[in-house]
Each structure stands twice: as structure tokens, then as C-alpha cells.
Design a protein around this ligand. Structure first.
Ligand code: ZN
Length: 310
């Protein structure tokens, strides 16, 4: 599972970002022959011929650096991959998640300085909240080893203590204080329509990643979830000029889903879905890592880099 890439020219370094050499090294480490093209992986899932050692490469969130930096590497190796896209940016609404990330990376010395400024902006003492969530923090660290404890605490404040509206209001108020023009940035940092068409023409597969990329989709009711995925599928199908049933793969934004989500995805004819943890989530009733064809496990590239360093 890949997200951000940097080249120290157009695309600045971000938390967990890698450059083209890192991607090359990861591909060499895994072995090109062990990496299946996206269409072959999808076909093996559909025909139940998938094996434990089959793997493929996936890219989430439609981030422009994937197009500029990762795509040429993939094309060099002749590897076709999955690109999972949230579609609100094609609907006139910027993808706030990515803008928030950009703000965090470019307006603060480091991520912890951002977290502290953010907590000050909430204006509440969070000590009790963190104490209360101590066990949850520990279990999240096992599930998401690539997050620091500070990252996990921030995500709990964002997703549990605050609701989406409160969180966004705090971020917008911080934007104002730093004179940050987010609309300009949004256009520069996301795939545009032509990027999607080009990826599709090259044989990569474009899949769903919800419409507005909620950080905790499982909190949405059935109707809201259905709207997220129906919109996403129909926008991609329109851009690529392909029937909806050919847009049949997806990844869960922030790995968040529940029974409703899986039912909705089946209803939309989705044949393959990826989650973003390698653990068995017992609280979700999972029995194995790849629990179903809509819950295929992924490992973050940072975990592979760790293995490469031994
Ligand atoms: Zn995402």
C-alpha cells in the first residue's frame, strides 16, 4: 500500500513519503516476478485462484506525486497497479484530507508541533481523554505499527473526541491564522480527469475509495455509506467512459468499514476490496487476515522498508 512520494522539487517530503529509488528498491526486494498485474490479481480473486503468496501494488487517494513519481517507475518495470480514488475533487469539492495533510507538513516544523497547535486550538485539557483511551492507543499501535503514538492520539481526538464538523472548523480556523489558500493547493496535488484516463489507457485499474473520504466511514448509516460509494462509482465510470460494473475494485478509506459497507459493495458489483491492516480484527468478527474478497489485507510500504533494513 502506497500513498505519498517526494522528489524534492515539485513534491515535498511528507510523513512516510518515499522517492523513486525507494520504490525501485522495494520492487527489487519483493521481486518483479512475485508482483501480479492488477487485472491478473483481480481475475484470480474472481475465479478463486488466488494464492497466499500472490501480491500486487496499490496506490490510494489519487495523489499527484503517484502520477509524477511512481508511475514512471511502474511503467519501467511494466507493472500494472491499482489506483483507488476518492471522487469529491471531481465534483468541485476539494479533498480536505489531503489539504489537511499538506497544511500539516508545510506550515509546521514537524508533525508534533502541528498536533500541539491543534490541541491548543481545541482549548480543552486532553489529559483525561488520553488516559481514558490508553488501552485503545496500545491496541491501535499493534494494528498500525507505521503510526507513532502521537499520530494515534491525534487520530483519536479527530475521530472520537470531535465530530467531522468540529474537526474541520478547527482546521479552517488554523488555515486563517497561517493565511493558507487551500483551493489553489488542491488542484495541484490531485489527479485530474486526464490523469485517470491515462492510467486506465495504460492498463492500470482505477477503483473506488469513497466519494468524500470519511476518516471513520463505519460511523455512517447505511444510506450515507451507500451514497459515498454509489457517487464514487458513477463519477469514475463517467470519467473513464466505461460501464459502472467495470469499476469493480476498491479500498476502504482509513481501513474503515462494517457489515453495511460490505453489503453495499456487493450490491454495486465490487469484486475486490482492500483493507489497510495485516492483523485479524476480532472485534469485526474476522477469522483470518484476508477475511473475504472485500477484505484483502495490505501492508504499508514503510513495513517493507523496515524488513529491507533487516
Ligand atoms: Zn485514503
Amino acid at each position: 500500500m502506497f500513498h505519498h512520494f517526494h522528489d524534492d522539487r515539485v513534491h515535498s517530503r511528507a510523513q512516510g513519503s518515499i522517492n523513486k529509488d525507494d520504490l525501485n528498491n522495494i520492487i527489487k526486494f519483493i521481486g518483479k516476478d512475485n508482483i501480479l498485474d492488477a487485472d491478473i490479481f483481480l481475475d484470480k480473486i474472481k475465479t478463486k485462484k488466488i494464492k497466499n503468496n500472490n501480491l500486487c501494488l496499490t496506490f490510494d487517494d489519487g495523489i499527484k506525486s503517484q502520477f509524477d513519481i511512481a508511475l514512471p517507475v511502474l511503467e519501467d518495470h511494466k507493472i500494472k497497479s491499482f489506483f483507488f480514488i476518492s471522487t469529491s475533487v471531481f465534483d468541485g469539492n476539494p479533498d480536505y484530507l489531503e489539504i489537511f495533510r499538506y497544511f500539516r507538513v508545510n506550515f509546521f516544523k514537524n508533525v508534533n508541533e502541528f498536533y500541539n497547535t491543534f490541541y491548543q486550538e481545541i482549548g480543552k485539557d486532553l489529559l483525561f481523554f488520553f488516559k481514558d483511551k490508553n488501552e485503545l492507543i496500545k491496541s491501535k499501535k499493534i494494528k498500525f505499527p507505521f503510526y507513532s503514538i502521537e499520530d494515534i492520539k491525534f487520530r483519536l481526538v479527530r475521530d472520537i473526541l470531535l465530530n467531522k464538523k468540529e474537526y474541520q472548523e478547527i482546521m479552517f480556523s488554523m488555515f486563517k491564522k497561517k493565511n493558507f489558500d487551500y483551493e489553489k493547493i488542491s488542484k495541484k496535488h490531485h489527479f485530474n480527469r486526464n490523469d485517470l484516463i491515462k492510467l486506465d489507457n495504460l492498463g492500470h485499474i482505477i477503483g473506488l475509495h469513497s466519494h468524500s473520504h470519511p476518516t471513520l466511514l463505519e460511523d455512517y448509516n447505511y444510506k450515507e455509506q451507500k451514497e459515498e460509494y454509489t457517487k464514487c462509482q458513477s463519477i469514475i465510470s463517467k470519467i473513464l467512459d466505461k460501464p459502472k460494473n467495470q469499476i469493480n475494485s476498491m479500498s476502504h478509506p482509513c481501513g474503515s468499514y462494517n457489515e453495511d459497507t460490505l453489503e453495499i459493495l456487493k450490491g454495486l458489483g465490487i469484486d475486490l476490496g482492500f483493507k489497510c491492516v495485516m492483523t485479524v480484527e476480532k472485534e469485526k468478527g474476522m477469522k483470518k487476515i484476508n477475511n473475504s474478497f472485500l477484505e484483502i489485507a495490505r501492508t504499508d510500504h514503510t513495513e517493507i522498508l523496515k524488513k529491507m533494513k533487516g
